[in-house]
Design a protein around this ligand. Structure first.
Ligand code: PLP
Length: 365
């Protein structure tokens, strides 16, 4: 089994497993309880929060824990739309479903929504963005590293334009945390534990100082009333440890991913085309297509290789990926595309062999 689906989720780091263990056993106290065991759990959560903020490299402000990045994104968008009585919401065609489905929801409740196109390289069309940002806009959402094609959007530039237009900006940095530096500028940033070798079921929304979107969840008033629900010390500690390890290993992980990219692209035959920019890209993503390839068949022929048709959410729906469509691919080209993603624990030799097998299986079709 070779795991090459790092953008769907990442293997849990051994340091994370060790750090989480005690919170599954004896350390079960409610972190919101006033006695010693509760305070100990609360302190562990605060330590984890600080580690995540440090790995994100964010200025003053606060990271609020959520159950996932999907929740963080829903909260940011719906909370701001409600709080600010936002009229116009601008986002990009290649966003994750969490953003695009919220945009659909926003439209359904009467907001104006504008979806800005991207070029063939997957980068935002700046002229279209400028046009969308004129005439009064209140909220902008843009992703840093794309989960399907790895393309890195110019977030600092988008944030500056959003600010100049008087809009608040959310950045989905789920695929960026621990992998590339998160630029400053956005007012809110969504991240997720399981994309950085942490546990599933926990995410966070970083809020710039003074921002407090209307809560999505009401109840016990945890997280300073912003997100009700008992926090999980186990998940928070796991996420925090993953962030600490990611920060410590940042350069090492980056160099390893670069070496893997070189190995993978060298091993590819001539007939493959890389989808999206190779220059403005996180190199742990190799989304490729080959003329006439039946990608679904390839994947079922090579079941011991864990690769994907696109985003894990889009796979299985039968619909061609909206990201590949947005960069101008035909349905046929999108269906000839596969996503290979790798990272910290990927072995170079195993990756080379996997690519060679993919190439051979494609040729044999
Ligand atoms: N945004 C991006 C770019 C993602 O890749 C994902 C996960 O697939 C999400 C958001 C949602 O994250 P979560 O699984 O924590 O809800």
């Amino acid at each position: 089994m070779t795991y090459l689906d790092y953008q769907a989720t990442t293997p849990v780091a051994p340091e994370v497993v060790d750090a989480m263990q005690p919170w599954l056993g004896d350390k079960f106290a409610n972190p919101h309880a006033p006695y010693t065991a509760g305070r100990e759990a609360a302190a562990a959560i605060e330590l984890a929060r600080g580690r995540i903020e440090r790995a994100m490299g964010v200025p003053d402000g606060q990271c609020v824990f959520t159950g996932s990045a999907t929740e963080a994104i829903n909260w940011a968008i719906k909370g701001v739309l409600r709080t600010r009585r936002v009229k116009r919401f601008v986002t990009l065609a290649t966003e994750h479903a969490a953003v695009l489905d919220c945009a659909e929801w926003a439209r359904s409740v009467g907001h104006e929504v504008e979806i800005v196109p991207v070029g063939q390289d997957g980068l935002v069309n700046m002229e279209a963005l400028d046009a969308a940002l004129t005439g009064g806009v209140d909220f902008v959402a843009a992703m840093l590293v794309n989960n399907e094609i790895g393309v890195i959007q110019p977030i600092a530039e988008i944030a500056a334009k959003a600010k100049a237009a008087g809009a608040l900006m959310l950045c989905d940095a789920v695929q960026a945390l621990g992998r590339i530096v998160i630029p400053s500028g956005p007012d809110m940033i969504a991240v997720s534990g399981h994309k950085i070798h942490g546990p599933k079921g926990i995410g966070a929304l970083w809020l710039d100082k003074g921002l407090a979107p209307e809560p999505l969840l009401h109840g016990g008033g945890q997280e300073q009333g912003l997100r009700s629900g008992t926090l999980s010390p186990m998940l928070s500690v796991g996420f925090g440890t993953a962030a600490k390890v990611a920060e410590e290993r940042f350069e090492q992980d980056r160099a390893h991913v670069e070496a893997l990219w070189q190995t993978a692209t060298l091993a590819l035959g001539d007939d493959w085309i890389i989808n999206g920019s190779t220059e403005h890209r996180y190199r742990g993503n190799l989304n490729i297509r080959r003329g006439g390839l039946d990608a679904a068949r390839l994947i079922s022929d090579l079941r011991d290789l864990q690769i994907s048709l696109g985003s894990a959410c889009a796979s299985g729906s039968g619909r061609p990926s909206h990201v590949l469509k947005a960069i101008g691919l035909s349905d046929r080209e999108a269906r000839s595309s596969i996503r290979i993603s790798f990272g910290r624990y990927t072995d170079e030799k195993a990756l080379r062999e996997a690519i060679q097998r993919i190439d051979a299986a494609a040729r044999a079709q």
